[in-house]
Design a protein around this ligand. Structure first.
Ligand SMILES: [Mg+2]
Length: 178
């Protein structure tokens, strides 16, 4: 029987985010010197901060190395950022050991074939709306937004909501920021 995504989300302590096509729209902007710029979503940024405040651990894994990604993730306070990993599963194993978090308590948000192995291993595999069809099949939950357009926002909202934290964060936010 297929697992209930809400049930799986309640267990999640660590969310691993793919970068290209998940935190970005997958676009690679080349300048005349061959340097690559990328586009991130500011709404993803805010929820990442909220998630960290709520105690949800976050990590990001990228198949490509990019100074632009490093700068953005540093801004967001994601210190567990691993670049240049085409094989993501061995890294997940290391993270699991280092943080003492079993795979069942991990979520992974991906979009393409390179994410398949990791997604097959975690308790809550999630896909962005424009993920490849094979990846969507592996996902227990799929965002309505495509990568780079608020998909991470929706995925983190889903986890926080399942854990009963979203309402409390909103109440606290309105008290402090409105
Ligand atoms: Mg990707």
């Amino acid at each position: 029987m297929r697992k209930d995504p809400y049930q799986a989300a309640r267990q999640v302590r660590l969310l691993i985010l793919d970068v290209d096509g998940v935190l970005t729209d997958g676009g690679l902007y080349y300048d005349q010197d061959g340097r690559i710029a990328k586009r991130f979503n500011v709404q993803d940024g805010l929820v990442i901060k909220l998630a960290q405040y709520a105690g949800l651990e976050l990590a990001a894994i990228s198949g490509l190395s990019s100074p632009a990604v490093e700068v953005r993730l540093l801004e967001l306070g994601i210190t567990d950022y691993f670049a240049g990993y085409r094989h993501k599963l061995p890294l997940l194993q290391k993270l699991s050991e280092a943080k003492n978090i079993p795979f069942a308590q991990m979520a992974y948000l991906g979009d393409d074939w390179v994410d398949a192995q990791a997604m097959s291993s975690v308790g809550l595999p999630m896909a962005v709306a424009n993920a490849q069809p094979e990846i969507k099949k592996l996902a227990l939950w799929t965002t309505a937004a495509p990568g780079g357009h608020g998909a991470a926002r929706q995925a983190i909202r889903f986890i926080l909501q399942a854990q009963g934290r979203l309402e409390e964060l909103w109440t606290k936010w309105t008290r402090e920021h409105v």
